[in-house]
Every structure is written in C-alpha cells, then in structure tokens.
Design a protein around this ligand. Structure first.
Ligand code: HPA
Length: 242
C-alpha cells in the first residue's frame, strides 16, 4: 500500500493507462480488459488490473491537474515499480493544425506550473515523451486510420484562464492544445527511468469555440483507448523484461 493507493505489492501491472476521470477508468476496465479486478477505491480514485490480449494492464484515474497526477504517478512509479504510463485524456485545441476529434500524440509538454521550477532551480527542464511509445502510437494510429498528430501540449494549472493570449503565443510556437496533466507526468517518468506518453482527443476547439457532443467524446475516446492498449501491448512485447 502507498498513501493514496490500496493495492498490495504485485496487484498493479507494470503498464498503466491513466484517464483523468476515475469513472473512465472503470469503463475502460469493464469494456476492454479481461478478468479486471478493482485494487483501489481510496478517495473514489478507482484503479483496476486485468489483461489486454494476454498482457497485464492496469487502469488508474489520475484526477484533474498536475498536483493530483503527480501524487498517483509518483506512487505508481516509486512504490509499485510501474514501467509504462499512458495518459488517455482530452484537450482543448489552440492551433488550426488540429480539428475537433483529432488525436494528439504529445511529444512535449510546456507548463505554467511551478512544479518544474520548484524542482529545477533556475533551469527550464523540457519534459518529453518516451520515443518508443510515441512511434508505436503514431504507427498504430496511421494503420487504424485515426486522425492523429504528433506535437506539443500546454499543461496548464488553470482551466478557467483569464489570459488566453498566453496560450495563443504558445500556439505560435507550434503547441497544439491545452490540457492539465502531461508535463509533470513526463518529468516523473524520466525521474524514475520509466516510459510515459499522453494521447489526447480534441474535445473542444478554443479558436473556433466548437465542442464535441457527449456521444462524440465517447466514440473518439474509445478509439483512442484501443490505440493506447495496442501501443502498450506492442511495447510490452518488444521489451519483455518490463
Ligand atoms: N483546457 C484545459 N484542459 C482541457 C481543456 C481546456 O480547454 N479541454 C480539455 N481539457
């Protein structure tokens, strides 16, 4: 057991999918995993372990925002020896390079959070995704005919941001969309010698003010979860020691 997770040693698989919403974790476990067992209900931040086509996989809610993500990711990586985390999330587009329902495969994550600055005094650390996870995801997305784009995310601490022009400046530098968890996830995975990737569907477009319906969100989210599970499987088969 760790402070926020009730799993016994060995109950969490080396490969973990992390949606923000714990009910999405439940839905992923019930829809895509075989023999899924719940290992965590602490704070209703549900976690499950099952198998996907024979590969042990866990699904753990992260909650919203970097402080919450950092608690669960640290405990998975440090206390349970997790080797691979794929965040499956949604994001708001800030670039005309992406459309509603596209999947973003995040190679980098800029942030307005003080989390990195607190750890790297005077250095702007550049959190990046694991290259192998990124290329498996990009190849899988292409073969599945998904509209996927590799690019940068902006992990903001503010959902209701009073200074949208700052996000627009990031868009001028190629950043594609805003979400709230990836920067600290990538930093922590690098710290613990693990692999991390975020795949995120565009649920709303900040430039055009379009938003997906609940049904569209469910469909695109489902296709992205399958992409993430295929990526986990391919990665696990390529590195059996993990
Ligand atoms: N901002 C932050 N996080 C998000 C957004 C957004 O517009 N859309 C989906 N996640």
């Amino acid at each position: 057991m760790s402070i926020h997770l009730a799993a016994q040693p060995g109950e969490i698989a080396p490969h973990v999918l992390m949606p923000g919403d714990p009910l999405r974790a439940q839905w992923i476990a019930e829809t895509f995993l075989e023999d899924a067992r719940q290992y965590n209900t602490v704070r209703n931040m549900f976690g499950y372990t099952g198998t996907y086509q024979g590969v042990p996989v866990s699904v753990q809610g992260s909650g919203m925002g970097q402080p919450s993500m950092s608690i669960y990711a640290t405990e998975l990586l440090k206390d349970y020896g997790v080797k691979t985390i794929i965040r499956v999330g949604t994001c708001g587009a800030i670039s005309h390079q992406v459309k509603l329902r596209d999947v973003i495969i995040a190679n980098t994550a800029s942030t307005d959070s003080a989390i990195n600055r607190l750890q790297f005094h005077g250095i702007d650390f550049a959190p990046g995704a694991d290259f192998n996870l990124m290329r498996y995801a990009a190849d899988n997305a292409e073969s599945r005919g998904l509209n996927a784009k590799v690019g940068g995310l902006f992990s903001s601490d503010l959902f209701y941001n009073g200074r949208p022009e700052l996000a627009m400046q990031l868009a001028d530098y190629g950043v594609l969309a805003i979400e709230m968890e990836t920067s600290v996830l990538y930093t922590l995975a690098l710290k613990y010698g693990a692999q991390a990737l975020t795949v995120a569907t565009v649920s709303d477009h900040i430039l055009t003010e379009e938003a997906t319906s609940a049904q569209e969100r469910q469909q695109t989210f489902s296709a992205m979860v399958e992409l993430a599970l295929e990526t986990v499987k391919q990665n696990a088969e390529a590195q059996p020691s993990h």
